[in-house]
Write a protein that binds this ligand. Structure first.
Ligand code: TXA
Ligand code: MG
Length: 333
């Protein structure tokens, strides 16, 4: 069984009150802790300690031009670091705690390290819903900067074991708590200007945000000027080539299926189904772990069946398109 191999990873511990207290102390001491959130696992450090934040960039192999999300326990704490207008208040009321990140103007005098926002005068902030993330924030007693817990340019981790595969012993502690419930990174909306801009689609849809604050521009992003999340063409990248919107797997291909359609699997050498019943929530939760599994299988390529482009399907298709883009050397997350 693969089990044994995993038990050898000494820095994974189940999240319990004791290990969470230990993790909080590590964060306060400037160390790195990987922890579960409802979206994906985060690689956390005290956002107010520049050296700890610098260690995140080093461990991920991430260029320090790409800023990090700050995690806080509640709106009141968020307001210590960012300037909230009526739109931000409304979104916080509706969607926090939860999978929404807001990019806001940084509050002058905030103790958050400048490195977190990579020199921008804005700050990306969110209040996570996962009980372990919340307990860790309480134990650490400080804002936690946390990108997804993967090496730069690779798929986000949705289990503690995937974190260990990505980062190994370079992270001081990995809190384990099953599989990420949502499986896709948070929705990011930029409220620094008069017009709200969607920087990254996620579980909170544009429709839900528009219902709360009115029209939102969907940022196309300029892949050569990556100042925003997930706007690099190739971003969530497996090593194996992906073939999207495939009606049928070619001989020798692995198939990432969606919905009840055994026909597309006819020639496939291996099939994983994101959701047999065609449930987008289930598909989102399975996406990164199934891509990871198929990527490790040594297949010529991975055919991916079409995913409906509505609701959560928009975020899933966004991640798939980035994973399928040819390498161009500019991925930096
Ligand atoms: O679900 C999530 O958001 C997870 C969990 C751990 O919270 N975090 C996550 O972080 O996905 P990361 O670093 O992989 O993606 C955050 C993105 C980055 O690509 C970065 O470009 C963008 O957020 N970002 C951070 N601060 C920003 C800012 N001030 N302005 C524009 N974009 C920003
Ligand atoms: Mg990431």
């Amino acid at each position: 069984m693969q089990h044994k191999q995993y038990l050898a990873v000494s820095n994974i511990v189940p999240a319990t009150p004791d290990t969470i207290a230990q993790a909080g102390a590590l964060i306060a001491a400037g160390k790195l802790v990987a922890f579960p959130t409802e979206t994906v696992f985060g690689l956390g450090a005290d956002a107010t300690q520049g050296k700890a934040v610098a260690a995140i960039f080093a461990v991920k192999g991430r260029p320090s031009i790409n800023p990090l999300i700050v995690h806080v326990p509640d709106v009141a704490r968020a307001e210590q670091h960012a300037l909230f207008d009526a739109r931000a208040e409304e979104l916080a009321t509706r969607f926090w705690p939860g999978p929404l990140t807001m990019v806001l103007k940084r509050r002058p005098g905030s103790p958050i390290s400048e490195l977190v926002s990579a020199g921008l005068d804005s700050i990306a902030i969110r209040v996570p819903a996962h009980p372990v993330a919340r307990a860790l924030l309480a134990a650490a007693g400080r804002p936690i900067a946390a990108p997804s817990a993967n090496r730069s340019g690779r798929i986000s981790a949705t289990t503690a074991i995937h974190v260990a595969e990505e980062l190994g012993e370079r992270v001081n502690l990995i809190l384990a708590s099953g599989k990420s419930q949502l499986g896709l990174e948070s929705t990011i909306v930029d409220l620094t200007g008069p017009q709200a801009v969607l920087l990254r689609p996620g579980a909170i849809t544009v429709e839900e945000i528009e219902e709360a604050i009115g029209p939102v521009t969907v940022g196309e992003g300029d892949p050569d000027r990556p100042n925003a999340p997930g706007q690099l063409r190739r971003h969530y990248a497996p090593a194996t080539k992906l073939r999207l919107n495939a009606a049928m797997a070619d001989p020798g291909e692995a198939l990432l299926a969606f919905g009840p359609n055994p026909f597309a699997a006819k020639h496939a050498v291996k099939v994983l189904n994101l959701s047999d019943t065609g449930d987008l929530n289930e598909a989102a939760a399975n996406l990164f772990s199934m891509l990871r599994t198929l990527d490790g299988g040594g297949y010529h390529s991975i055919a991916v069946m079409p995913i409906p482009a509505s609701g959560l399907g928009i975020a899933i298709n966004d991640r798939l398109a980035r994973a399928a883009a040819p390498p161009d050397g500019d991925s930096n997350d």
